[in-house]
Design a protein around this ligand. Structure first.
Ligand code: GLA
Length: 401
């Protein structure tokens, strides 16, 4: 799919499809006829706490104004016909006997969500579904979770079911595990469900409980897309997760009470370092230190210490680069350029890694200068054009008019 991202969130170049509730309603009418109901679910950017969610740790994501919209209406048969504006194609599947077999097609996300909701006892109706979004794909901003959550809201509303957001997030995560094949954590789906305008979420991925942290209004979240796509990331991602689990197994011989890296303070890891291979030790060191950084970062936000927050973002980036080894040259470069630029209090890679985006905290008045510098220096060094989205924290999923 070629989803041309807009430079600044919320706008699309003239003449291009700009997703919105009205646009997907109109797309639905053209494709299927009739009047749908519409739901919107956001993409996300993670400020700090990377690769900690599947270790039952802490993360601090923000819901974005970039989102997926899903327009849905009843069908008379037990089938789902789904059309994606972004891919320019449709698929259909029957709600009876959905196979848990990833096919590599974008509709796996939609099939997966329908299958898991049914398994959990929801009697879903056949549906026509029209989806469109402006979250750039394979950029580490959770276009997949936003698609999953928007569809889940749609299916459940047709079924007249209660919307428990925690359950929706978990169902969407399961759909991704079983029908897409990525063993992702809960962060992306949770922030799509719980995001709040003007706030970051401090999310405990063990209990899936969150606290809302107000963000300073004069700071923009500026996302720089390296344009290095994360295509091969899924295998590497699952491998990192397996390495963390191997670490827990070995550490358990010495620390019998632990069930995840969340339970291991950095000092304990150091004490039992010899129980681990060098690679597994470094993976664990990233996770244990990152969990601590998230908690420290929350305190910085609460006390208005933006430069302290920025320092922690820098440490997070280095740990992801050196210990977890999920960065790449282009992301390192974007962080490097940003660090020396006026008005920037923090910069790091964000999301799963292996390409994708960096997130930068930039004083609002310094944003134009920041954009200029990033474009110029990144192109000079790589020959690539950086895509930039200037965002503020937006609202989580819900009905859209
Ligand atoms: C991807 C996954 C998340 C999380 C991040 C890394 O976005 O979907 O669950 O693990 O990578 O922090």
């Amino acid at each position: 799919m070629d989803r041309t991202p807009s430079r600044v969130s919320g706008g699309a170049p003239p003449g291009e499809f700009a997703p919105s509730a009205a646009a997907v309603k109109e797309g639905f009418r053209r494709t299927f006829g009739g009047k749908p109901v519409v739901f919107r679910a956001p993409g996300r950017v993670n400020l700090i706490g990377e690769h900690t969610d599947y270790n039952e740790g802490f993360v601090m994501p923000v819901a974005l104004p970039l989102a997926t919209w899903a327009a849905i209406g009843l069908r008379p048969d037990p089938k789902v016909h789904v059309y994606s504006e972004n891919f320019g194609e449709g698929r259909e599947f029957s709600l009876t006997g959905i196979e848990a077999q990833p096919t590599g097609h974008w509709s796996d996300y939609v099939r997966g969500v329908a299958a898991v909701l049914q398994r959990e006892g929801h009697a879903l109706h056949g549906a026509n579904l029209y989806v469109a979004g402006d979250v750039p794909l394979a950029a580490g901003l959770s276009s997949s979770a936003s698609l999953e959550v928007a569809c889940a809201f749609g299916f459940l509303s047709l079924a007249g079911a209660e919307l428990d957001r925690r359950k929706i997030a978990k169902a969407c995560q399961m759909a991704e595990h079983e029908y897409v094949g990525t063993q992702c954590g809960i962060m992306d789906q949770a922030v799509a469900c719980f995001g709040r305008e003007g706030h970051a979420l401090l999310l405990d991925c063990r209990s899936v409980q969150h606290e809302l942290l107000p963000l300073p209004p004069d700071v923009k979240l500026v996302i720089c897309n390296s344009q290095v796509r994360r295509e091969l990331a899924s295998g590497e991602y699952n491998q990192r997760r397996a390495q963390c689990e191997a670490g827990v197994l070995s550490l358990r011989a010495h620390l019998p009470g632990i069930s995840a890296l969340r339970d291991v303070p950095l000092e304990e890891l150091e004490r039992h370092r010899s129980a681990l291979t060098e690679v597994v030790y470094r993976r664990c060191r990233h996770v244990c230190s990152e969990n601590q950084r998230v908690r420290d970062a929350a305190r910085c936000l609460q006390s208005g210490d933006l430069s302290g927050f920025g320092r922690l973002m820098g440490e997070s980036h280095r740990s992801l680069r050196d210990d977890y080894e999920v960065s790449c040259r282009e992301l390192d470069l974007l962080v490097e350029i940003a660090r020396g630029t006026d008005g920037v209090s923090g910069a790091r890679m964000t999301g799963g890694g292996f390409g994708g985006c960096t997130v930068n905290l930039v004083r609002a008045s310094a944003v134009p200068g920041f954009e200029q510098t990033m474009r110029r220096e990144y192109e000079r060094a790589t020959g690539r054009i950086v895509d930039i989205y200037v965002c503020s924290a937006a609202e989580g999923a819900g009905p859209a008019e």
